[in-house]
Design a protein around this ligand. Structure first.
Ligand code: GDP
Ligand code: MG
Length: 685
């Protein structure tokens, strides 16, 4: 496949803005047969998810290929709900560009803003599709204003809704000065007509604006503008492509997916302005041996480098979705997984259309394919050429914020539950599961109430295991207030053999409280090299149980500063036991804070509900740091302990008669005030 004819794109939107409808229409318009409505992911939990399942998501897989103007567009399914932040993140990793769908009445909404921040972090080129222009109160230019203000992005109108007699009739193209009407019937082409006289002035104005913006960087357009010459559409399109790719502009289109208005032009825009794999910087990674930075350009002759972004458990075995970044991946290839340090064979290779797959012999750079074969790889892994290993940046999974205790409803189902949970955790790096063999229970952790609910529904519906669960609670962690030290020495006879080990440890709090624990070695540390990996593993395991309440230790550096070595007696088990003993000693006397997850929230609500919502947020101990008025709407932002936000999605709905939008993402941790511990049932244990 010619790389410049490939587009890997995702559609992102606030729930209900029309992501599903737009995606369906893109498939339909491109001629892909697509009425296959089996939802494998949208396990219904909340009302909107239930609705989605009933309608049937037409994109049943992670990626769907659709043809347009001799190009291939891979439409990658990005989940809309922010509980699935990691899902968005892993999709964003394989996207080259995005279509941002904005509701023409509501403008940019809370979840769009959250997802946009993720896109912006990756400098993702994007275009805006203002959908639902047929609705009463639709305002294309106001929606663009909200993109400017809320996303800090710079949209530029290349279209205008064609309104007549108060209704949407089609779209007007500012660059071509042409108009396309709504198709007379589903499946028929959109008739092309002249710009209606009543819109001529608007088009002239918007075109002048476009010329002005593009002349900032394009000398040809600047010269034409100064000489008051008409700028050719080709010149405008080329300049706009450059500005979209460098992220300084977002072409803005309009339409109404439900009425098939604007969809062919949206496909044109994807081809014209969003990047091909050749337009994006080489993928970056590290050498698994020495950590040195490495890059892979999209070169079919280069060494294989592919990124595994989704795993789908199926009856016939796990199906892996991956993007090839360089080299060629052929059926039967033996690839290297540098994280596992093992070979993974690719037995079958497929191109995925909606609902169907076609076998492929080989896939090259930029392509998104599905494969069978790998045994132990998980989402976020790299598969590469064994002779040229590279480790792509792993997924930065945020720490889980919520957990619950689960056990099989029927003890005979224990093995089934274990297998199902292991499989779910392999699919989703933000879902964690830990079995406690002494109680026969599991602790399941994830990114929010919805995330865990989806897991439980999938257990029941897909894996057919009933689990009994406790109420979800926030995932607490324990953090040291100051550095402390401990030492331990093991000298014993084990199985008739003398074993020795001695470790001195310093435990130092890290300021960010982020992530878990990190083991480092002082330069003159006498612990033998051969045992260090085992010692580090033992320490990380022991740090899962904090000294105060037994929650995992957070944000600590475990520095092995000393010990002893007696080469004749030194034993791995001696050193691992000594290390764990030294950690216990260090923590014994340590002063510890209990940390709780903090969330950043954004709420949009009609003004008349905002005081009620604010009063309620106050009662939840939220720090509100932003209240902005936009016409009759209010936007509230701030941070709040997750502990106080259980059931908030329902609460905010009833506080606003269902009219408030709400999004919440992890924003670090804070120490729980000592005075609150007892009320939460937490006392010195
Ligand atoms: P998603 O939640 O972003 O996937 O949005 P959906 O595609 O499920 O659409 C949400 C609702 O908006 C559905 O009831 C759609 O029928 C409706 N909808 C989608 N596009 C349009 C449109 O262009 N005009 C109007 N009036 N409604 C639309
Ligand atoms: Mg949808």
């Amino acid at each position: 496949m010619q790389l410049e004819r490939l587009r890997n794109i995702g559609v992102v939107a606030h729930i209900d803005a029309g992501k599903t409808t737009v995606s369906e229409r893109l498939l339909f318009e491109s001629g892909v047969e697509h009425r296959i409505g089996q939802v494998d992911e949208g396990t219904a939990v909340m009302d909107w998810m239930a609705e989605e399942r009933e309608r049937g998501i037409t994109i049943t897989s992670a990626a769907t290929t659709l043809p347009w103007r001799e190009h291939s567009i891979n439409l990658i399914d990005t989940p809309g709900h922010v509980d699935f932040g990691i899902e968005v993140e892993r999709c964003v990793r394989v996207l080259d560009g995005a279509v941002l769908v904005v509701d023409a009445v509501a403008g940019v909404q809370a979840q769009t803003e959250t997802v946009w921040r993720q896109l912006a972090r990756h400098h993702m080129p994007a275009l805006v599709f203002v959908n639902k222009c047929d609705r009463v109160g639709a305002d294309f230019l106001a929606a663009l204003e909200s993109v400017r203000r809320r996303l800090g992005a710079r949209p530029v109108a290349v279209q205008l809704p064609l309104m007549e007699d108060g209704g949407l009739r089609g779209v007007v193209d500012v660059i071509e000065r042409r108009a396309w009407l709504a198709p007379p019937a589903e499946g028929e082409p959109a008739p092309e007509v002249d710009v209606p006289a009543h819109l001529a002035d608007d088009v002239t104005l918007l075109r002048a604006e476009l010329v002005e913006v593009l002349s900032e960087t394009d000398d040809g357009i600047l010269a034409a503008a100064l000489e008051e010459r008409e700028v050719a559409p080709e010149a405008l399109r080329a300049a706009l492509r450059a500005r979209t790719l460098d992220g300084s502009l977002l072409p803005a289109l309009c339409g109404a997916a439900l009425r098939h208005v604007g969809i062919p032009r949206l496909l044109d825009a994807i081809v014209d302005w969003l990047p091909s794999p050749l337009d994006v910087p080489p993928v970056r990674g590290r050498s698994p041996e020495d950590g040195a930075p490495l890059e892979r350009a999209p070169d079919p002759e280069g060494p294989l480098c592919a990124y595994l972004f989704k795993l789908q458990a199926e009856a016939s075995g796990d199906l892996f979705f991956l993007r090839v970044y360089s080299g060629r991946l052929a059926q039967g290839a033996s690839t290297w997984n540098p994280r596992l340090r093992r070979h993974e064979r690719v037995t079958r290779l497929y191109r995925v259309h909606s609902g169907a797959r076609t076998a492929l012999e080989v896939a090259g750079p930029g392509e998104i394919v599905a494969v069978h074969g790998p045994k132990q790889s998980v989402t976020g892994d790299t598969l590469c050429d064994p002779a040229h290993p590279i480790l792509l940046e792993g997924l930065v999974a945020a720490e889980p914020v919520l957990s619950l205790v689960a056990e099989p409803a029927n003890t005979a189902d224990r093995d089934k539950l274990r297998a199902a949970l292991a499989r779910l955790a392999r699919e989703d790096p933000s879902f964690h599961q830990v079995e406690d063999e002494s109680t026969g229970q599991w602790t399941l952790s994830g990114m929010g109430e919805l995330h865990l609910e989806v897991v439980l529904h999938r257990l029941r519906d897909e894996f057919r295991v009933e689990a009994r669960t406790g109420a979800p609670r926030v995932a607490y962690r324990e953090a040291l207030r100051a550095t402390s030290r401990g030492a331990a020495r093991v000298e014993r006879v084990l199985g008739g053999k003398e074993v020795f080990g001695a470790v001195e440890l310093e435990v130092e709090p890290r300021p960010e409280h982020s992530a878990g624990v990190e083991v480092v070695w002082a330069p003159d540390c006498p612990v033998p090299q051969a045992f260090r990996a085992a010692v580090a593993e033992a320490l990380v395991g022991a740090a899962q149980v904090g000294p105060r309440f037994g929650f995992p230790l957070a944000g600590a550096t475990l520095r092995v500063v000393g010990g002893e070595s007696h080469p004749r007696l030194d034993a791995e088990v001696g050193f691992t036991q000594a290390a764990v003993g030294a950690l216990r000693k260090a923590l014994e006397s340590a002063r510890v804070d209990l940390l709780e997850p903090l969330m950043a929230f954004t709420i949009d609500a009609p003004a008349e509900f905002s005081s009620g919502i604010l009063a309620d947020l106050n009662a939840r101990k939220a720090a509100v740091d932003r209240v902005e008025a936009r016409g009759g709407q209010r936007e509230l932002g701030g941070t709040v302990p997750l502990f106080h936000m259980f059931g908030y999605a329902t609460a905010v709905r009833s506080l606003s008669q269902g009219r408030a939008g709400f999004a919440m993402t992890p924003a670090g941790h804070r120490a729980v005030p000592e005075a609150e511990l007892e009320a939460r049932g937490l006392t010195w244990g």
